[in-house]
Design a protein around this ligand. Structure first.
Ligand code: ATP
Length: 454
């Protein structure tokens, strides 16, 4: 800043006495005046850190601050300057203001900002960086312009999706003879089969079946359900007994609600997709009502609502009850027809050889490599029907998959079994030990001798 050297004054008083009249003082600006000081900054405002000032010599001179920044330091120069002349080859921009607003200047020697101000004492001490920001000002419209098209597309997709959905719902409600907006599930109390179908349709069309994360699916309407008590717990979810209200009649139906926590979203999704497959419906397959996405944030839960079976699961039931031949036939027959319908295989019980939840590797070792099969106590075979049943079971376990009975074949055998004239009571053998292992559950048996299964 060669042109500033002659004007340098360290205190304003000597210059005042020497050069300026009182009249002049009223008209000239009092400015900070240091060659090079390190600034002190807070947010968008910096202070020059200059301890010196001076009245400008000429009334048209303004206070100026120059910010120079290179890789090593930031230095501030403050001075009085005639704004009609360049300083450092630069003209001072926008100086008719009492605030020193820093403006970025093109430079090959690092970063330079400059500001000019008038009418306020030492106005070049406080350096305002609103336009640090020069960049920001350009970024905002650019960002707005680039974001606008995707935003518009997103809004349009949402509107179209919403319209399609409400249109479909209106059509469906009309087809079912209900009022618009009324839950299709609750149109008719007692018509649960019909409701089941409607809800399955709802599932098919809801985003639940395509949603990839824990965060998004919502069916159109949640069923009015009140949870009663937890009745079981599997690997992924809790199962609750619950009341489903029928709005018209004021009555309720007991249902089972399987509640998956947020992190088990994929298990819920898999299971609900299987259930919504209409070809799966069968009297011997658990009746499915609907799947729901409930709650928000950490309390988000995924529900599967099905028919409620008060006797719980088969394993627990068998471990606590002794079946009559008729019961056995009925239960096994229902199981077989369900499996035949699903065209899938049973999981084999292996009692003491594996733990409660055997892993695939353990089962592979025992069944595939070791060719192990559950033991069938000889005492069971005394009963003609049981003999026939056990033969059927054994054929299902053949090591050669091709030789195994198909589920349909097993269902046929059950038809034949029903025609057999067998004792209903399975106690024609008195071997109590045998009767204990006779239960497919195997763990414990009632000690009531008159009804021991053998
Ligand atoms: N519809 C239902 N009615 C009555 N009780 C049920 C019903 N569904 C499940 N339960 C009870 O809840 C328990 C847990 O069921 P869930 O379906 O979660 O697990 P699972 O099928 O036994 O095993 P997994 O965790 O491998 O799915 C069952 O063992 C049963 O006692």
């Amino acid at each position: 800043m060669g042109n500033t050297a002659g004007k340098r004054g360290y205190l304003w008083l000597p210059r005042l006495c020497k050069a300026l009249t009182h009249q002049d003082l009223l008209k000239t600006n009092l400015c900070k005046w240091c060659d090079s000081t390190p600034p002190a900054c807070e947010e968008k405002v910096c202070y020059s850190n200059c301890n010196l000032n001076s009245y400008c010599e000429d009334p048209y001179e303004i206070c100026v601050a120059i910010w120079r920044q290179d890789n090593e330091s930031i230095r501030i120069s403050t001075l009085c300057h005639n704004p009609h002349r360049p300083i450092e080859n630069l003209m001072v921009p926008n100086y008719n203001t009492s605030h020193c607003i820093m403006t970025h200047q093109p430079s090959e020697e690092g970063i330079i900002y400059i500001c000019g101000c008038v009418d306020e004492q030492e106005c070049n001490d406080k350096l305002i960086f609103e336009n640090h920001t020069n960049g920001d000002k350009e970024v905002i419209p650019v960002a707005a312009i680039s974001l606008l098209p995707p935003l518009l597309v997103a809004v349009m997709i949402t509107v179209i999706f919403y319209l399609c959905r409400t249109q479909k719902q209106r059509k469906r409600t009309k087809a079912w003879g209900g009022k618009p907006g009324q839950s299709p599930a609750l149109l008719e109390a007692g018509r649960s089969a019909e409701r089941e179908e409607k809800l399955s349709v709802l599932m098919d069309e809801s985003p639940t079946s395509t949603n990839p994360t824990c965060a998004s699916s919502r069916p159109a309407e949640l069923l009015p359900i009140e949870l009663d008590e937890m009745v079981g717990k599997g690997q992924f979810a809790e199962v609750w007994r619950a009341k489903l209200s029928h709005s018209r009649s004021g009555q309720y139906e007991t249902v089972a609600v399987k509640i998956f926590p947020c992190e088990e979203y994929s298990s819920w999704k898999n299971e609900s997709q299987i259930f919504t497959d209409t070809s799966l419906k069968h009297d011997s397959v658990l009746r499915f009502l609907t799947a729901e996405d409930r709650g928000t944030g950490p309390r988000r839960e995924y529900w599967l609502i099905t028919a409620y079976h008060s006797r719980g699961n088969l394993k627990d039931y068998l471990s606590r009850h002794i079946l009559s031949w008729m019961d056995l036939q009925k239960m096994a027959g229902s199981l077989v027809s369900g499996v035949a319908h699903l065209h899938s295989d049973y999981t084999l019980p292996f009692g003491s050889k594996v733990q409660e939840q055997p892993c695939v590797d353990t089962m592979r070792d025992i069944v595939l490599h070791g060719r192990g099969r559950p033991e069938i106590p000889s005492s069971w075979l005394v009963h003609q029907g049981m003999h026939f049943l056990c033969d059927t079971i054994t054929e299902c376990w053949d090591h050669d998959p091709e030789a195994r009975l198909t589920a349909h074949c097993v269902a046929e055998r059950f038809n034949l079994m029903a025609q057999m004239d067998c004792d209903d009571i399975l106690n024609n053998n008195t071997d109590n030990e045998a009767s204990k292992t006779a239960s497919p559950g195997g763990e414990h048996q009632d000690s009531d001798g008159s009804r021991n299964m053998q």
